[in-house]
Design a protein around this ligand. Structure first.
Ligand SMILES: *Cc1c(COP(=O)(O)O)cnc(C)c1O
Length: 483
């Protein structure tokens, strides 16, 4: 049979390839699969072996080694790759301290410990240990929030967006809320004040123009349908030039003269005057209250430096109405976050040590000299890891607070600038290097600016973290060669 003999030198027909593959059982019994079975369990490994076999069956080119051990090794790699957590720790070298896409504030040690303890054990979340009766979950942060802001009453919810919805729904369902057009902000794409207001069931009564709103605009807008006056902190932009806006005090006075509540959505709620730590001043929650706000809403994970949360502080009778709204249940905090929030707030009782203990403040107040020295120390190891194709230099740069806090106030910082050696238009090489950094076991996130990849070291408290993160680059055969 000369014809058949000739065929053996060509590619086998698909049917023959299929029969050449081992059975799932044979692979599962292979010694190379033992560790993976232990790690991932039988269900996952059976699926992984099936996937690898199926890929080999349909592959356009003939599979190389189809032995049970080769397939066991491939299945293990497949299962390992799928076992990596989706949410992982990254190095935030973007220069934005409170980066919304990177989870905003990192938590203080005491907050992490409190949260972990609450995870591990049952707690008195809604249980009054003195009376033995049912308690309120907000009791755990109520006292601290009142003490730190001077408010009569306080509640905590899922985030500031939820706080605003709860406030508007409670005070203004089916009624009007007066807001200056210049304050109808959009924050991070999904939070648009007009949309939030509509969802809360309140009607927006816009007054003034983008750049000018006068006291008489507020007065004239008040009618029988008005439920409240509101001011919104224009967190992420400044309107400059020919502008007029009404002070919080004056808006509060107009509201109160008409017997209406005045709401101040502060966004990033500073609990202490940041000028004390050498940072640009941000209006504090206490100042908002003393300017006449009946309710102040702010975030837990912006400048406050705690877990994601929305806080509402203000007059007792109004805050009690919020607490009774059935929506409150839908936006309440869980015990882990409440524990972290309580521990974070507790740090504010000792403002002298706050800048050491609260990571957000510690990072924002890191001195330029210190960061610059760190950049000088890390320059050579990074250059070594990237290889000769990359020029690594120390640079001065500007960090920002982020999350709408302290808009436009940048902070002098330092870092490392990476540029491909001798490449005229380095755009593609920089994109590829960024992608490689993102693909590391601990991804490194910088920012591309002026034909360089900038790694702002403000948020790198431990240099070892960067050294460990770049270690896998050394074994990478591509060594960072620009394409
Ligand atoms: C950030 C912000 C919000 C939304 O707060 P989240 O905690 O992100 O829900 C609402 N209002 C203002 C003014 C803000 O700055």
């Amino acid at each position: 049979m000369t014809a058949t003999g000739a065929q053996t030198t060509t590619r086998p027909a698909p049917a023959e390839r299929r029969s050449a593959l081992p059975s799932v059982d044979a692979v599962l019994k292979n010694d190379h699969l033992r560790g993976a079975l232990e790690n991932h369990g039988r269900t996952v490994m059976v699926a992984a072996v099936r996937t690898v076999l199926a890929e080999m069956r349909v592959a356009a080119s003939p599979p190389g080694d189809t032995s049970p051990s080769a397939i066991a090794i491939a299945a293990t790699a497949h299962a390992d790759a799928h076992d990596r957590p989706s949410q992982r720790s990254v190095l935030n070298l973007t220069g934005t301290v409170l980066h919304t896409n990177l989870g905003r504030a990192i938590l203080a040690e005491s907050a992490r410990e409190a949260s972990l303890a609450a995870m591990r054990d049952a707690t008195n979340l809604e249980f009054d240990l003195v009376s033995g009766q049912r308690g309120e979950r907000d009791d755990h942060v109520h006292g601290l929030l009142c003490e730190l802001t001077g408010a009569e009453d306080a509640i905590a919810v899922n985030n500031n967006a939820a706080a605003v919805i709860l406030v508007l729904n409670t005070l203004a369902m089916g009624k009007e809320v007066v807001v200056s057009r210049g304050e109808l902000v959009e924050i991070g794409g999904a939070f648009r004040m007009p949309d939030i207001m509509a969802r809360a069931g309140a009607r927006l009564r816009e007054i003034g123009t983008t750049n000018r709103t006068h006291l008489r605009d507020y007065k004239e807008a008040i009618g029988p349908d008005t439920a409240a006056l509101m001011k919104v902190h224009t967190s992420n932009f400044l309107v400059q030039g020919f502008t007029t806006s009404v002070t919080h005090k004056d808006a509060a006075t107009v509201a109160h003269a008409a017997g209406l509540p005045f709401i101040d959505d502060l966004g990033s709620g500073a609990l202490v005057d940041l000028a004390r730590y050498g940072l640009a001043s941000e209006r504090t929650v206490a100042a908002a209250l003393s300017d006449g706000a009946d309710l102040v809403t702010f975030s837990g994970d912006k400048i406050l430096g705690g877990p994601q949360a929305g806080l509402v502080v203000g007059h007792r009778d109004i805050v009690r109405r919020l607490a009774k709204n059935p929506l409150k249940r839908a936006v309440r905090l869980d015990r882990m976050r409440l524990a972290a929030l309580e521990a974070t707030l507790r740090l504010y009782r000792d403002p002298d040590r706050l800048a050491e203990r609260l990571p957000t403040l510690r990072l924002l107040t890191r001195q330029h000299d210190d960061i610059r020295r760190q950049a000088e120390d890390l320059r050579a190891p990074l250059a070594q890891a990237l290889g000769a194709e990359w020029v690594v230099s120390t640079v001065d740069c500007q960090s920002e607070t982020g999350s709408g806090a302290l808009p436009l106030a940048t902070i002098r910082s330092a870092g490392l600038a990476l540029a491909p050696r001798g490449v005229k238009s380095p755009g593609r090489a920089l994109d590829e290097l960024s992608a490689r950094f993102r693909a590391l076991p601990r991804p490194i996130l910088g920012r591309i600016s002026q034909d360089r990849l900038i790694l702002d070291l403000r948020c790198l408290e431990r240099s070892d973290d960067l050294l460990a993160a770049i270690a896998p680059l050394q074994t990478d055969p591509r060594k960072g060669a620009p394409a």
